[in-house]
Each structure stands twice: as structure tokens, then as C-alpha cells.
Design a protein around this ligand. Structure first.
Ligand code: PMP
Length: 355
């Protein structure tokens, strides 16, 4: 009876969805979610402890934490005249953007395979999603993308730069052509900016229809949930109206501010991860087909990937199986760059799982 009630009331497109699956990872080497594997130095842990004990958690957080936003503007080199909007992770910002631009009949366009939340959030808010396939080497199929933009006139375009789960950085020239050809808003999602050789941040003021989105999740703050949008205030002032007033809690605000005041520590860790990515890539490509990456993970393809994934899991090594995520990802697995020891254990476990 109650199940029939649920089925009669919940929107059918939501009933058809599977919830975003987060696997059990207790006791495993966790290389599935692009987290920074490093701990903070003791002086920062002590600073966080002081913040936690002095914070007034009985009070609502500051709805407009200006010092934190100013710090972000400085260290992220947000251009003059541009503003930032804070989100509870960048996932929340994707949702705010979709809600804001979802006029009747509006389209959200992204490329595929890419970050699954673009499509999922379009479904959540009842917005039509158009996915344009990438080329077989995972570069942008620029002609097909420009055709789709002319045909669908999307209100909102998301491009992940670098892309997840493929790891590559699209051609900047192609991205520029997409921004210039788009009648709607283009959001460049730079979740992996700390590991990449290029960014659109410096161009964000140059186009009336461009926003850049970043997150601190991959830089060592995944548990805090903090992302931001950078762009012209004419956009951000409108999006601000949809942001729930207390979307970023008092502890994330204060802890993030302390970590960003010591940004060098995080950048050093990111630098180490970039170097370790190159070492892991070299070792991995002696075993399987590895795709180029400008992120903190590597995508690779091999025979019997699903069976290998299971064997790795049985050996306590959790990575991501993408084999069922998209037809172009058949037999693809994705591994996050961990510490040198974790990477070494991963390579050993993979060698043992291949035979
Ligand atoms: N964008 C991309 C491309 C991602 O890969 C992710 C996380 N996997 C996100 C956004 C969301 O990050 P968060 O919500 O942690 O900020």
C-alpha cells in the first residue's frame, strides 16, 4: 500500500533513477573518489582543533562570509570585477545553475562521457539533457558539439576542464569556439584545476556567457564540502537568490579559511600528486592502455576489466569500475593517484589480478 503511494506520488523520472552509489570502503586502500590522500601537518590540525572548540555551533553560520570569499578571490586569481558564489560542494552549484536556467523547454547540454551529475541534476530539476558524444580518443567532437548547440540552443552548457572520468584537458581553442557559439551560459567545471596545465579563470570576465566553477574537494577538503562559482556579478547576483542562506556551515567556513590561509601546504600536496601521477602512468602503461591525464586520476582500459576490478577489491584495493557507465568506457577502470606507497601497492595488486 505505502509502496503504491510512493510510486503514485514520486515523479516517474526519479523512480527510474538509481541513487548515486557510494561503495563501502572501510579498511580498504581508497583510490576511487579523487580524494587527496595526505594528512595535514600538526600545526594545522591544532588550528582546526582550536576552531572547533571556539566555534559557536549554536548559531547559524555567516550567510555571507566575506573574509573567506576575499581569500578565495585572491588565491584563485579571480579577475577584477568578478565575484564568487559559495556552494556546498560544486554539486550544489550545478543544481543552483540548473534550477535558475530551467525555463520551460530549456536544454542542459554536456558531452559524454563526462561527470554524471550534469545529467542527473538535469533530471532532478526536470530539465531536458542533451549529451554529445566525445571523439573515440575522448577529445571534443567539435563539429558535432557545435551542430548540437545550433540545433538545441542550450540554456546551459557544462564542460569539465579537465574532464572526469577521462582525465584529459580539451583543446582550449575548441572550448573557446563553444563559448562563442553558445546562445546560453557556459560553465567550465575546473574541479581538477590544481593538477592541470591550463584554466579558463583568466578569461572569465572576457565573455558575457561564461562562468568558471571550482571545488576544494580534490585539494584536500572533500569532507568540508566547499565549491565556488566565479564570474560577472550580473550572473552571480541572480544565482545568489537560489542559494539557501546557510548552505555552508560554520565549521566548513572557518576551517576552509584556515586552510586557505596556509594554501601552500595544499599546493605542495597537489604538486606531489602531479609528480606521482606521472610515475604511476609510466608503470601502468607497461600493463594496460592508459589515457593521458591532467587530473589526479588515471583512466585505463584492459581486457576483463570487471573481473580485475573484483579481484582488486578482494585484495582491499578500491578503484572505480566505469565499464557500465557509458558504451565508450567499456572495460575502463579509473584509479585516483594516492600516496607513493598506495600507488605501489595498487600496481602490485593489479599485476597479481591480471594473471
Ligand atoms: N565536477 C566534477 C568534474 C567532478 O568530478 C566532481 C566530483 N567528482 C564534482 C564536480 C563535484 O565535486 P564536489 O561536489 O565535491 O565539489
Amino acid at each position: 500500500m505505502s509502496s503504491a503511494l510512493v510510486h503514485n506520488l514520486i515523479r516517474p523520472e526519479l523512480l527510474a533513477l538509481h541513487a548515486y552509489h557510494v561503495p563501502e570502503s572501510g579498511g580498504m586502500i581508497k583510490l576511487d573518489a579523487m580524494e587527496n590522500p595526505y594528512h595535514l601537518p600538526q600545526f594545522l590540525k591544532d588550528e582546526i582543533a582550536t576552531i572547533v572548540t571556539s566555534c559557536e555551533i549554536n548559531r547559524y553560520p555567516d550567510p555571507d562570509p566575506r573574509e573567506l570569499k576575499e581569500r578565495i578571490r585572491q588565491i584563485e586569481a579571480v579577475p577584477e570585477g568578478c565575484d564568487v558564489l559559495l556552494g556546498n560542494g560544486s554539486d550544489e552549484l550545478i543544481q543552483i545553475l540548473a534550477m535558475a536556467l530551467n525555463r520551460p523547454g530549456a536544454v542542459l547540454l554536456s558531452v559524454e562521457p563526462s561527470f554524471v551529475m550534469y545529467r542527473m541534476i538535469a533530471t532532478f530539476v526536470g530539465m531536458r539533457h542533451v549529451g554529445v558524444p566525445l571523439s573515440p580518443d575522448f577529445s571534443l567532437d567539435i563539429e558535432a558539439t557545435l551542430d548540437a548547440i545550433r540545433r538545441e540552443r542550450p540554456a546551459l552548457v557544462f564542460l569539465a576542464y579537465p574532464n572526469n572520468p577521462t582525465g584529459n584537458l580539451f583543446s582550449a581553442d575548441h572550448v573557446r569556439r563553444i563559448i562563442e557559439a553558445s546562445p546560453g551560459l557556459v560553465v567550465i567545471d575546473e574541479a581538477y584545476y590544481a593538477f592541470a596545465s591550463d584554466s579558463f579563470m583568466k578569461h572569465v570576465a572576457d565573455y558575457p556567457n561564461l562562468l568558471v566553477m571550482r571545488t576544494f574537494s580534490k585539494l584536500g577538503m572533500a569532507g568540508l564540502r566547499l565549491g565556488f562559482l566565479a564570474g560577472r556579478s550580473e550572473w552571480l547576483d541572480e544565482l545568489e537568490k537560489l542559494r539557501l542562506p546557510y548552505n555552508v556551515g560554520v565549521l566548513p567556513q572557518r576551517v576552509a579559511k584556515a586552510l586557505l590561509d596556509n594554501h601552500g601546504v595544499l599546493l605542495q600536496q597537489a604538486d606531489q600528486i602531479r609528480k606521482d601521477r606521472m610515475i604511476l602512468q609510466r608503470e601502468l602503461q607497461t600493463l594496460v592502455e592508459v589515457y593521458p591525464s591532467e587530473a589526479n586520476f588515471l583512466l585505463f582500459r584492459m581486457e576483463n576489466a570487471a573481473a580485475v576490478f573484483d579481484k582488486l577489491k578482494a585484495r582491499g584495493m578500491l578503484i572505480k569500475n566505469l565499464g557500465n557507465a557509458h558504451p565508450m568506457l567499456k572495460d575502463c577502470l579509473r584509479v585516483t593517484v594516492g600516496t607513493p606507497l598506495e600507488c605501489q601497492k595498487f600496481i602490485e595488486a593489479l599485476q597479481e589480478s591480471i594473471v
